[in-house]
Each structure stands twice: as structure tokens, then as C-alpha cells.
Design a protein. Structure first.
Lengths: 242, 102
């Protein structure tokens, strides 16, 4: 490990502090709710360690408690996580220097904040090194899995998380990430469209579909807003300007 | 009726495999093309803001006044200060506002 690797790894660890703090309550809450919905502590930890995607885990435990066919639960988890296809396609060119094995590990750890922080780092013109990526991803992953175990074990002692405003941390965190992207082209129209459509979908179709529907609306708008003149030259995916 | 325990384990494993395929697949599919049209690039560029907006907008607009006002305060703080300041604002303001409106 070179000095530069060590510095990158430490920088990654620093960058993940707000994420670990912001998602901490959510991770514990997941463990507590999972046990409350009839899962064992082992299953709660297994779910956090293998699926590793908070919103879809919440959807999963919600459906375990109801009379929904297993394949439909799997499909719902996949629907909520389908956005990762887009993350993967966006971040792929930035990981050009990674070997296949490193990419395989990096994509497993590609959660929402990992993606957002990677994009932010790339936007500042800094390379996504494997050391930085792991410095950020390893503590985030370890905390997430540990939190599920803590929540499953101590769930009944936490009481009401809304009393401390902990339930509000995660949405506020996502708002913070969106504000961080405000210099991207068509940012305001995309955010307004996704925001309005997701609220309408939330009221009509219901959760969790408002995520996919709202996101698709904003993404489609961005594609439509590209000027016809600029659609002549074809950009290079591998150049990393995605 | 609740889902049986052994079924839950299998659902978790199937969900994990599909989630990993989504995380790896996007890149695998796009890297097969030598070049990608600008519309696709613009769409990809909009992904993070579009997805993450849907994760806070319904909370801000459908939960009630405390959440709406607190989210507005977080937005104002976020235009000037960093993430930690935003999260502190979120926690303090939501507890105070829920107390006030509760």
C-alpha cells in the first residue's frame, strides 16, 4: 500500500462519516422492524449483508408481514433496486482502472450514498481510486450490517424513533445530496418534475412505486430536453463523461 | 398469513442476487456499446437528482406542516453550509416543530 493509497483510503473514511451518521438510525430501525415483522435476527442481518439497500429491505419486511406471494416480494425488491442499473451505467466509466475482481466488489458496494459521493468526487475532478472507494464503502457496509444486528437485538428498547426526529434524518440527507448536484444541466426542471410526479404517484399508486415512477419522469425529461443539434455527434461512453 | 421463515430466507437470497445483477448489469450492458447517444448521457446525468428527489419529496409535502417547514429550513441551510449542518438542522427543527404543532 503506497502513501497515496493510504491517504485516499483515509479520505474515503472521512467522506463516509455523514453517511454513517445519517443512515445509522435507519439501519437500526430496519433491524427492529424486521424482528417485529416475524424475521429472525439472523435473517435481518443476512438481508442487510446481502441485499444491502435500505429502501428495498424496508419494502421486503413490510411484505413479509402480509399475505403476498414470495415471487411478488422478490419482484418488489428488484423494482425498488432497479435504479442501480442506472448508477452502474453512470459510474462504470469512472472505474476504468479497476480490474474485473475489483469492479465485481465495487458494484456490490454501490449503494445510494456511495454513488452520490463518487459522483461528487468526480465532479470536483478527483479520480475514483480503489483505495478511496473502499475507504468509503467498508465502514459504511460494516456499520449497516452491525446496525441490523443491534436493531434486531435491542429493538424493543428504542421505543419511538420519531421522538428524536431520527426518522427525518434520511430524507434530509437525500435533500442534501440533491442540493449538491445543483450545477448539473437541467437540474431544476428534473428535480421539480421528479418531485411533483413522485408526490402524485405516492398519493395515487402508493409506496414504493413512487420512487420508480418519479425517477423515470425526471430522467425522461432530461433526455427530451437535449437539443436536437447536439444529438448528431455521438459521445464516447468509455471517456467517462456520462 | 405471514410468509414462512424458510421462504423468507430464500426471498432474501433471490432479492440479493437480482440486486447485484442490477448493480453490475448497467455497466456491463452499456460498455458493450462503443459510443452512447447524447440523450442517453443526459438521461444518466439526471439519474441521481431524479431518484433522490423521490426519496424526500413525499415526506416534505404529504406528512404535515412540521416536515414541510423543517425540509424548507434544511434546504436553506444546504445552499450555504455542509451536510453535517443540514442534518443537525433537520434533527433540531423537526423535534421543535413537532412539539409546536403536536
Amino acid at each position: 500500500m503506497t502513501d497515496a493509497d493510504r491517504a485516499d483510503f483515509l479520505q474515503g473514511m472521512k467522506d463516509c462519516v455523514p453517511i454513517v451518521l445519517g443512515s445509522g438510525a435507519f439501519g437500526v430501525l430496519f433491524g427492529a422492524l424486521a424482528v417485529d415483522n416475524g424475521m429472525s435476527m439472523y435473517q435481518a442481518v443476512l438481508m442487510s449483508a446481502t441485499i444491502y439497500a435500505g429502501a428495498s429491505q424496508m419494502v421486503g419486511i413490510d411484505l413479509f408481514g402480509s399475505n403476498v406471494a414470495p415471487w411478488l416480494i422478490v419482484l418488489s425488491i428488484f423494482a425498488v433496486n432497479f435504479r442501480h442499473v442506472l448508477y452502474s451505467a453512470t459510474i462504470g466509466p469512472r472505474l476504468k482502472s479497476f480490474s474485473f475482481a475489483k469492479k465485481a466488489l465495487a458494484f456490490f458496494l454501490l449503494v445510494d450514498p456511495q454513488f452520490a459521493e463518487s459522483e461528487r468526487r468526480a465532479e470536483r475532478g478527483k479520480p475514483i481510486s480503489f483505495s478511496w472507494y473502499l475507504g468509503m464503502a467498508i465502514p459504511t457496509y460494516c456499520c449497516w450490517v452491525t446496525e441490523a444486528a443491534i436493531g434486531a437485538y435491542f429493538g424493543k428498547f428504542i421505543g419511538d424513533p420519531t421522538a428524536y426526529g431520527l426518522d427525518f434524518l434520511l430524507p434530509a440527507y437525500f435533500l442534501g445530496l440533491v442540493i449538491g448536484f445543483r450545477r448539473r444541466r437541467n437540474w431544476l426542471p428534473v428535480v421539480l418534475t421528479s418531485g411533483v410526479i413522485s408526490v402524485i404517484a405516492y398519493k395515487t399508486v402508493g409506496s414504493p412505486w413512487h420512487v420508480s415512477i418519479g425517477a423515470i419522469a425526471g430522467v425522461v425529461l432530461a433526455a427530451i430536453m437535449v437539443k436536437p443539434a447536439s444529438s448528431e455527434p455521438v459521445a464516447d461512453y468509455e471517456a467517462g463523461d456520462a | 398469513m405471514e410468509t414462512a421463515s424458510s421462504e423468507i430466507t430464500w426471498i432474501i437470497i433471490a432479492g440479493a442476487i437480482l440486486t447485484y445483477m442490477a448493480r453490475f448489469g448497467g455497466h456491463v450492458v452499456l460498455s458493450r456499446f462503443k459510443s452512447v447517444p447524447p440523450r442517453v448521457l443526459a438521461a444518466l446525468d439526471a439519474v441521481p437528482a431524479a431518484v433522490m428527489t423521490t426519496l424526500f419529496a413525499p415526506v416534505a409535502l404529504t406528512n404535515g406542516w412540521p416536515e414541510a417547514i423543517a425540509m424548507g429550513l434544511v434546504l436553506l441551510v444546504g445552499l450555504r453550509f455542509n451536510m453535517t449542518a443540514m442534518l443537525v438542522t433537520a434533527c433540531v427543527s423537526i423535534v421543535a416543530l413537532r412539539h409546536l404543532f403536536g
